[in-house]
Structures are given as structure tokens and as C-alpha cells.
Design a protein around this ligand. Structure first.
Ligand SMILES: NC(=O)C1=CN([C@@H]2O[C@H](COP(=O)(O)OP(=O)(O)OC[C@H]3O[C@@H](n4cnc5c(N)ncnc54)[C@H](OP(=O)(O)O)[C@@H]3O)[C@@H](O)[C@H]2O)C=CC1
Ligand SMILES: O=C(O)[C@@H]1CCC=N1
Length: 282
């Protein structure tokens, strides 16, 4: 039997309130995914400039505009790490007890659970960290999740469900693992989009129209992604199935798999991302 959804139906006034603090690129990707999910949560949005929220969630511009009696079950912190402490201090001042009864779900690539708890003025504050990605907007997201030691089981389940509503969730055993998660799946869509851009450009250089090259590149990446998602074979097997001996793919892979090409640059890129995530943690 499927467990009941912790966030319940959107119209239910006893469903837990989720405050999405920051609704920019990643926050709005989540809001879009939630609005399109089977169980849209009861969302309240805090954002300086968002005009219209997916699912028509109420939007407040400033912390001081939030209802003072708001007691969100989860506060999804989706601002830049540099602005987090100021925002949490403002929430603490404004919500008072409302904040202490909340669990923080930070999606920031940076700022540890301990730092965030301190910024809430409560070293025992329940803090979960999750690193989602923008495909969450089309309910095909990937989220790495770590729950700090003071998080209750129901709140962890609620956070897990919320992120599962927009894609797959992988829990990691150590908070430090989130740096690698950020480097792989958090930033990862940008690597694929860069590949799409470069393939489109190459297609045009090979004589195709921009429109045709764009269609070919985008649909090919969709199809390859679907195979990786749907089929049990390893990526290596799927690659080998495309590669006829002495054929066209082998000619291309000779370039891409050369020691100085992708085998060097891909690990170099993910190391750079993980290093930056560690810097943002401090
Ligand atoms: N983009 C991505 O793919 C991913 C991002 N993340 C993390 O998500 C976080 C947000 O990133 P991203 O969405 O790209 O950033 P954005 O700058 O696009 O979004 C942040 C939003 O929050 C608003 N905001 C900030 N402070 C306040 C405040 N005090 N009150 C009201 N609104 C506020 C900002 O408004 P204004 O600009 O006017 O201040 C902005 O609209 C980052 O910490 C990042 O590490 C994690 C995984 C993936
Ligand atoms: O670029 C960044 O820092 C954020 C975190 C992962 C994706 N975007």
C-alpha cells in the first residue's frame, strides 16, 4: 500500500505549509515541478520580484510582509548562500516561534547545517540540505539529500516526498558528499546544455540549418537520456552499441576519448565544481 502523501491535497487547510524562501532560477524550477505534480504542496512564496507563481501560490516580497502567525513546517531556503544569514535573521525576528517550529530545507550549494542552525539562532535547529537541479521543473529532477542530526523522522519524510514529487532523490550519508552531488547532478544539466550548444554549432558548420541542427541535437540528447534512464545496460554498453568498428562513431570517439580530451577534462571540471562547493560551505 502506498503511504499517504505527507503534504496532502493543496486545498486541505491542515496540509503542512511550505515556505519557499527565494524563487529565482532554482526556486521557480521547484515551484513549477510541484505545481505539475500529483500532490501539489501548500506553498507560500517569498521573493523580491516574482510576478506570478506556478500553481498560483501566494507571493510575499519581503519577510516583513509575511503573515506574522505563519508557522511553516518546512522553509525551503533557495537564495544565494551570501544572502542566507540575513534572510534567516529577518525570518527569526518576524516569525519568532514560527521559525523554531520549522525545519529548514536548504537547497543552497554552500553553508553547512551547523552554519545555518547558528544563523537561525538555535544550534539545535533541524536542518536538511538538498541539492536539486533545474530538470525538477519538468518533474525529471535529481536531488541529493542529507538530513542533519536533529531532524525528526516525519520532517525528513516530508522533505523526501517533496523532492520526490519533482524527480529522483538520492540520500547521501555524509554532508560533505553534497559537494560531489553538486558537481555531478546539481551543475550537471549545464554540462549537457553546453554539449547541446556545441553540437548545434557543429551541425551548422557541417552545412545544416540552425533549426535542423537544434532539433537533431536536442532530440538526440533526450533519446540518449531516456535510454540511460529506462534501460538496464551500462553506459559503456550503450556506447559500444553505437560504435561500429572503424565507423563514424569510432572516428569521433577517437577525438573525445583521447587522454587529453574528455577523460581529463570531465574529472577536471567536476573537481573544480566540488572545490567551489567546498569554498561556498565555508
Ligand atoms: N540554479 C541551479 O541550477 C541550482 C541552484 N542551487 C542553489 O539554489 C540557490 C538559488 O540559486 P538560483 O535560483 O540560481 O538564484 P537566483 O538568484 O536565481 O534566485 C534567488 C531568488 O531569491 C530572491 N531573494 C534573495 N533574498 C531574498 C529575500 N531576502 N527576500 C525575498 N527574495 C529574496 C532573489 O531576488 P533578488 O535577486 O532580487 O535578490 C532571487 O529571485 C543557490 O544557493 C544555489 O546554490 C542548487 C542547485 C541547482
Ligand atoms: O552554479 C551554482 O553554484 C549552482 C549550484 C548547482 C547549480 N547551480
Amino acid at each position: 500500500m502506498t503511504a499517504p502523501h505527507p503534504a496532502s491535497a493543496p486545498s486541505s487547510s491542515d496540509a503542512p505549509v511550505i515556505l519557499l524562501a527565494g524563487c529565482g532560477r532554482m526556486g521557480s524550477a521547484l515551484a513549477q515541478g510541484w505545481a505539475a505534480s500529483a500532490h501539489p504542496p501548500r506553498l507560500v512564496i517569498l521573493d523580491h520580484k516574482l510576478e506570478k507563481a506556478p500553481g498560483n501560490a501566494p507571493i510575499y516580497r519581503q519577510v516583513k510582509d509575511l503573515p506574522a502567525d505563519l508557522a511553516p513546517a518546512l522553509i525551503v531556503l533557495a537564495v544565494k548562500p551570501a544572502g542566507a544569514a540575513e534572510l534567516l535573521e529577518a525570518l527569526r525576528q518576524h516569525l519568532g516561534k514560527g521559525l523554531t517550529h520549522s525545519t529548514l530545507l536548504s537547497i543552497m550549494a554552500g553553508k553547512s547545517c551547523a552554519d545555518l542552525a547558528r544563523a537561525c539562532g538555535n544550534p539545535d535547529m533541524a536542518v536538511i540540505r538538498a541539492i536539486p537541479n533545474t530538470p525538477s521543473s519538468v518533474n525529471a529532477g535529481t536531488t541529493g539529500l542529507y538530513a542533519g542530526p536533529t531532524v525528526s523522522a516525519p520532517m525528513k519524510a516530508l522533505a523526501h516526498q517533496l523532492m520526490s514529487d519533482v524527480g529522483a532523490v538520492v540520500e547521501v550519508p555524509k554532508e560533505e558528499d553534497l559537494r560531489a552531488v553538486t558537481a555531478l547532478s546539481g551543475s550537471g544539466p549545464a554540462y549537457v546544455f553546453l554539449l547541446a550548444e556545441l553540437l548545434e554549432k557543429s551541425g551548422v558548420e557541417l552545412g545544416l540549418s540552425r533549426e535542423t541542427a537544434t532539433q537533431l541535437a536536442r532530440n538526440m540528447i533526450y533519446g540518449a537520456g531516456k535510454m540511460l534512464h529506462d534501460l538496464p545496460q551500462s553506459a559503456a554498453t550503450l556506447r559500444q552499441n553505437v560504435t561500429s568498428p572503424n565507423g563514424t562513431t569510432a572516428a569521433a570517439l577517437d577525438v573525445l576519448s583521447a587522454p587529453d580530451a574528455w577523460p581529463r577534462t570531465v574529472p577536471q571540471a567536476t573537481r573544480a565544481a566540488a572545490k567551489r562547493a567546498a569554498e561556498l560551505d565555508d
